[in-house]
Design a protein. Structure first.
Lengths: 325, 322
């Protein structure tokens, strides 16, 4: 059937709410308003205000309440409008949700799902555009996933809800309108494995989330240059599925990592380090990465686009890795 | 009401109204992008409050701040150019609608993390207080901010340290689609401020004179060293929250009842009744504002975008070469 990323997420929520009475959704404007990105539109009418619960503007308080509700036996899905606002709840996520199980000597796990939008490209300027998922990917105790396809938008939520630990789901806001075909019987998917989205032999392009499509575009352009690129969608940012991406890199002997965050301290840096540690002797060239320019993302369209990874930059980096120079 | 005051207020109200109507039009044409939050219906607050402030005072606002910027004295050209993402804009086109800034008028944004700017306002006032400057900081925010921890932390600090901050809460009843009573157990916001020992009162935010008088009184207290003040300015946003809002959360009747209290039209009628404004004045102001808006759009249209070579300019202070 034809659907969108947004609709696939909505169906996943509806399924979870219908299947498991412990599940509820809460966040700012998820109910009457229909969700800042309209993911939950209609669910308030369907499931009522208890299970699709509007919260005040209190990120710290409602993320913290999600932790408590999870500890108390519920299965909360907490929507934080964007990763930018999640910083108001970073204390709850990092100091409590991530730490509690270990800190309590293994007694208290937190089965909480927190969803948020991430990414730039809509001219929303420096307080609504950043990609900070790698900050959370740094933290032991959290699982961090980035659905990039309709299958993953449809299937990751249910699996995340079965996880005994906190799962953070990052939805690139440019993907909500993504259209495509989804199998009628599409259902839960694994959260563990990276996926090869396009097979190739000359260079591995590693990416996730919204960058998948720019990277596939770059791979198509590379093909016209006579370069066969393999595209790997990491899907899980913590833990990283090293086995899958190292296998790809060992095969192609070259790697470019694409990351919408800033280069300094980026997850791209971590992935490169793993490649160096795990596949150094298989490499024909030093790995490269394409990240955002180190500026707060500006509003003006040309500047914003110039700040972000683009297919041209990915192509250029790949060609350099393949041809040298 | 003197003719001078009537003329000045009506001019500012009209500038903001027509400017924002033009913004909506430019947005529909794709010339303004990103998020656009209009303050149509709420203009009396920006106009009244700015009348009560001096040029040395500081202003800190939210993302719904076009009116505040214009009333504060930023040129319409620089604001429109910012909306168009041009280098001639008041933030070089880097901020857009939500992030208007201007050092010359001590206009500290344009802040888009709800309540994130309240602590900043407290800090500005702390500096002014320590340096014995005879100024106040006016901090605008929506009633939605009251739910954030930063609101409570900021009020407490300002009160504890007796800082000259005016907390100006623009209560337009909805935070996006969430009505105040759906987010607050205690909806009397003045009680919250009072619990931090911040004097608080409600004001008709649809009335320029009422706002100007209340802010002037509050500023007088703050200048006299008696600490912060909280005003809950009762108002209504006539338009959608932003350009992406199906307005499922309020009724057409409610909107209609409030638009009948339009701050621009009611001011005009009051001023005319008081003999401080004539039909001829009104026509002249409308014509002058129409010309100013057209000029601002033409200016913004013709202005250059910041060259990509300057993308990383001023990431840190060190790089800001003269
Ligand atoms: C910390 C944070 N959370 C959520 C948002 C998204 N958001 C933008 S405006 C808004 C509503 C704010 O309402 P209010 O404070 O009443 O101001 P108004 O828009 O009515 O002027 C929300 C939820 C945000 N910008 N910042």
């Amino acid at each position: 059937m034809k659907t969108t990323y947004r609709e696939a997420l909505r169906v996943a929520h509806r399924e979870a709410l219908a299947k498991d009475p412990r599940v509820f959704l809460m966040g700012e404007d998820v109910g009457r308003y229909g969700g800042a990105y309209a993911v939950s539109r209609g669910l308030y009418d369907e499931f009522g205000p208890e299970r699709v619960r509007d919260t005040p503007l209190s990120e710290s308080a409602f993320v913290g309440a999600g932790i408590g509700a999870a500890l108390g036996g519920l299965r909360p899905i907490v929507e934080v409008m964007t990763v930018n606002f999640s910083l108001l709840a970073a204390d709850q996520l990092v100091n409590t949700a991530a730490a509690l199980l270990h800190m309590s000597g293994g007694q208290f796990n937190v089965p909480l799902v927190v969803r948020m939008a991430t990414g730039a490209g809509r001219q929303l300027a420096a307080q609504h555009s950043h990609s900070l998922e790698h900050w959370y990917a740094h933290v032991p105790g959290l699982r961090v996933v980035a659905p990039a396809t309709l299958e993953d938008a449809r299937g990751m939520l249910w699996t995340a809800l079965q996880d005994p630990d906190p799962v953070l789901m990052f939805e690139n806001a440019l993907l909500y309108n993504l259209e495509g075909e989804l199998a009628d019987d599409a259902g839960p998917v694994d959260l563990d494995r990276a996926r090869v989205r396009r097979a190739g032999t000359d260079v591995s392009l590693l990416c996730w989330g919204g960058n998948l499509y720019k990277t596939l575009d770059a791979a198509a352009r590379l093909e016209r240059e006579g370069v066969s690129a393999e595209v790997v969608d990491l899907r899980s940012l913590r833990p990283l599925d090293e086995a899958t991406f190292l296998a790809s890199v060992r095969k192609t002997r070259r790697a470019v990592v694409v990351d919408e965050a800033w280069r300094t301290g980026s997850l791209a840096g971590e992935v490169m380090a793993r490649i160096i540690e795990g596949a150094f002797w298989d490499l024909d060239a030093p790995p490269a990465r394409v990240c955002s320019v180190e500026v707060p993302i500006p509003y003006a369209q040309a500047q914003e686009q110039a700040a972000l990874p683009q297919p041209e930059g990915i192509v250029a980096a790949a060609l350099k890795v393949v041809r040298g120079g | 009401m003197t003719p001078e005051v009537a003329h000045a207020c009506f001019t500012q109200l009209t500038r903001i109204r027509r400017f924002e109507e033009a913004c909506a039009q430019c947005y529909a044409e794709g010339r303004i992008r990103g998020f656009l939050h209009l303050s149509i219906g709420e203009e009396a607050i920006a106009v009244g409050a700015m009348r009560a402030l001096t040029p040395a005072d500081a202003v800190v606002a939210t993302y719904r701040e076009h009116g505040h910027a214009l009333a504060r004295g930023l040129s319409m050209r620089s604001v429109m150019a910012e909306m168009f993402g041009k280098k001639a804009g008041c933030a070089r086109g880097r901020g857009g609608s939500m992030h208007l800034f201007d050092a010359a008028t001590r206009f500290y944004g344009g802040n888009a993390i709800v309540a994130g700017h309240l602590p900043l306002a407290v800090g500005l006032a702390l500096a002014d207080h320590r340096l014995a400057r005879d100024v106040v900081t006016a901090c605008f925010f929506g009633e939605g901010a009251v739910a954030e921890g930063e609101f409570h932390e900021a009020l407490n600090l300002a009160a504890l340290w007796r800082l000259p901050v005016l907390f100006l809460c623009e209560n337009n009843r909805y935070a996006m689609g969430t009505a105040l009573e759906r987010s607050e157990a205690e909806t009397d916001l003045t009680k919250k401020a009072a619990s931090y020992r911040v004097p608080a009162q409600q004001v008709d935010g649809m009335n320029v004179e009422a706002v100007a008088d209340a802010v002037a009184e509050a500023a007088g207290h703050a200048r006299a060293g008696r600490g912060p003040w909280f005003l809950e300015l009762l108002t209504y946003r006539f338009r959608a929250h932003s350009m992406f809002d199906a307005e499922l959360y309020r009724s057409k009747e409610e909107v209609k009842a409030w638009t009948a209290r339009c701050p621009v039209a009611t001011f005009r009628e009051r001023a005319k009744a008081a003999g401080a404004l004539t039909d001829d004045d009104v026509a002249k102001v409308e014509a002058a504002v129409r010309a100013e808006v057209a000029d601002a759009i033409a200016f913004a249209d013709a202005a250059e975008v910041e060259p990509v070579a300057e993308l990383t300019w001023a990431v840190t202070r060190r790089e800001v070469a003269p």
